[in-house]
Design a binder for this molecule. Structure first.
Ligand code: HPA
Length: 248
């Protein structure tokens, strides 16, 4: 198979990559079970791109049930070496309001009961990885430069707090995340980033702010229709950034 230059894992609101042409679908069977859906491989101009909907194309898999290992393994198996994870998030920091795009540079993992490592298999050799910098800096820089070229405003850096979901957080939980230094909160950033590192993939996160995290905005309750409207608006920027990233 021809070289896949970039893989994109789409989160809530991004179930298809709009500019893909000459599309093939790959149903990859992995040693860790099935990925969230078949992987769509196609061309964006001269560039070969793989796309996977993290929750499945009809959004049937909740964050804590995503088979992150199968997803990451399958993309690696198809030849991808650079992966951009697109994640819907809530904003905590004052400059991370609804419809903002951000490329975080740190993670705190609050998730539990997820399969977080490829060595979590009987008899597998245990391997530890350095994860001081959870995202690949070169890919982060390339994403930021691509956004600049595409005329899309993106916040550089921030700490992503990964929560279990599928419910949103309480105000007290978000206050704790803020004290911990989290700027954004989402349900799917981990263990995806760590698994990518285990396989030696370049990985960066493009976070799309859907709402103010609990207690961070003016309104008491978080409105789900508003989340979806914000996500639709901000997701429209993603193909521009990815297109510019590919054009290099
Ligand atoms: N919390 C966690 N995940 C999210 C949120 C949130 O407020 N918004 C979108 N994904």
């Amino acid at each position: 198979m021809r070289h896949v230059e970039l893989a994109v894992i789409g989160g809530t609101g991004l179930y298809k990559f709009p500019d893909l042409e000459q599309v093939e679908r790959h149903a990859v069977d992995t040693p860790y079970g099935s990925p969230s859906d078949s992987i769509v491989v196609g061309q964006v101009g001269a560039h070969r791109v793989a796309f996977l909907a993290r929750h499945g194309e009809s959004h049937t898999i909740p964050p804590h049930r995503v088979n992150y290992r199968a997803n990451v393994w399958a993309l690696h198996h198809l030849g991808a070496r650079r992966v951009v994870g697109v994640n819907a998030v809530g904003g905590i920091r004052a400059d991370m309001g609804p419809r903002v795009l951000a490329v975080p540079d740190q993670v705190i993992d609050y998730t539990h009961d997820r399969l977080t490592s490829f060595c979590d298999v009987a008899g597998a050799q245990v391997r530890h990885i350095d994860f001081s910098e959870p995202y690949t800096d070169a890919l982060r820089r390339d994403l930021l430069a691509a956004a600049r070229r595409a005329g899309v405003a993106v916040v550089d850096g921030g700490c992503y707090g990964a929560t279990q979901g599928p419910r949103l957080e309480t105000r007290a939980e978000i206050a704790r995340l803020r004290r911990d230094g989290c700027d954004l909160v989402g349900m799917t950033g981990m263990p995806e980033a760590a698994l990518a590192r285990e396989l030696g993939l370049d990985y960066a996160c493009l976070a799309l702010v859907a709402n103010w995290a609990a207690g961070c905005g003016d309104e008491g309750e978080i409105s789900l229709p508003e989340i979806y409207a914000n996500l639709e608006a901000v997701t429209a920027q993603v193909p521009k950034v990815i297109g510019a990233l590919l054009a290099g």
